[in-house]
Each structure stands twice: as C-alpha cells, then as structure tokens.
Design a protein around this ligand. Sequence first.
Ligand code: VGL
Ligand code: ZN
Length: 213
Amino acid sequence: MPQPELHIDAHTALIVVDVQNDFLPGGALAVTQGDDVIPVINRIAPRFQNVVITQDWHPAGHLSFASSHPGYDHYQHIDMPYGPQCLWPDHCVQGSTGAELAESLAIPHARLILRKGIHRDIDSYSAFLEADRTTPTGLLAWLQAQHIQQVVIVGLATDFCVAWTAIDAAQAGLVTWVMEDACRAIDIDGSLHQATTTMKEAGVTIVTSCSLH
Ligand code: VGL
Ligand code: ZN
C-alpha cells in the first residue's frame, strides 16, 4: 500500500514521548529495543521547527506503582476512582537518573519539555489529559497558542503513552500521525494490537519515517 504523504509546515509539531532512561534497556520499565528509536528521532527532529518533549515524572510512592499497593504484583490491575490502573514497577521518579531523558537524544531546539504523571493519585499516559480524563496538562493550550494544527508523535511506549497522546490529539482536532519506526511497545496482553485499533478508530494515521516529505 502506498504510504500517505506527511508534509511538515510551520503549524506542525513533533511530540517526543518519554524517551527516558527507565524505558530503555536496563531501565526500571525497559521497553524492548526502546533505544532503537533514538537515532530515528534524532534524524527527523531537525525537520521540525516545533518540537515538544515529554517526561513521565512521578513522585515517589505514585499510585501507579505496584510497590504502593501491598500484596499486588507488577502488571496486575487495581481499581482507581477513574477506572482500572495497571500497576508498574517504580519508574521515572522525579529527579532520579531513570527519569532523565536519554543522554543520546539530541534535540537542542526542542521548545517545550512537558512533565506528566506528577499527581500522586492520578496516572497520565497521555501528554494532554491525565487518567481521570479531566485534568489537562496544559499541552493543548500551548499548542493552540503556537497555532499548531498537526502533530507527529514518536517515542515510548507505542501502546501506552504514545497511543493515549495520539488519541487525545486526534480528539482535540489536531491532524495526528504516529511514526511507528520511531516508537517501540511494551506489548502486554495484546496491548499493542488494542492500542493500534483504538488509534485508528480515533482517526490517527500510522506511518513510517519514509512518509516524511
Ligand atoms: C508509560 C507505563 C507507565 C509510557 C509510562 O511512557 O508509555 N508506560 N508509565
Ligand atoms: Zn509512568
């Protein structure tokens, strides 16, 4: 199938999601081959005038950590007031080495670094809306202030933070692309398949970096 063409203009932003040490091999919540996204992102980023980087940025004792719920294991689910929550290993704790952006990520011209997941009792896979689905991070208002109409989303992990960010972007009316060769997935219990289906239903276009013109 021919790839749809993606044209970058002054109203387009690249959103680089959670390329942080804890999501790379050796990290607390390592994504298989997560480091493979870095050269692809470094290669495409200079094409974008507008780049936003996100950081998962949890306080110690965050309620998405299994360690905050005695008797629960990693990857089990728990009911939170906003719905089911997957329980993760402790990761991306504010100020830790694991929470730092990958050292080899080279995007000096990035305009905004947005931190999410900062409330102890609310997770935030999406860079737009926290898991209660009502608390905004401020990203949409920032993009609107810059007259951004189109976003290209890359990073980690495809089936969690990339997918939720893409779905919310599309729902906010932005033309939304996910560049899959610049993403890697956690893929637990079919989560990648599910996330891909939901992204497509939300109107997200999934492409590879070959679509960049
Ligand atoms: C993420 C699980 C927990 C992600 C963040 O960046 O995809 N996944 N926190
Ligand atoms: Zn997290």
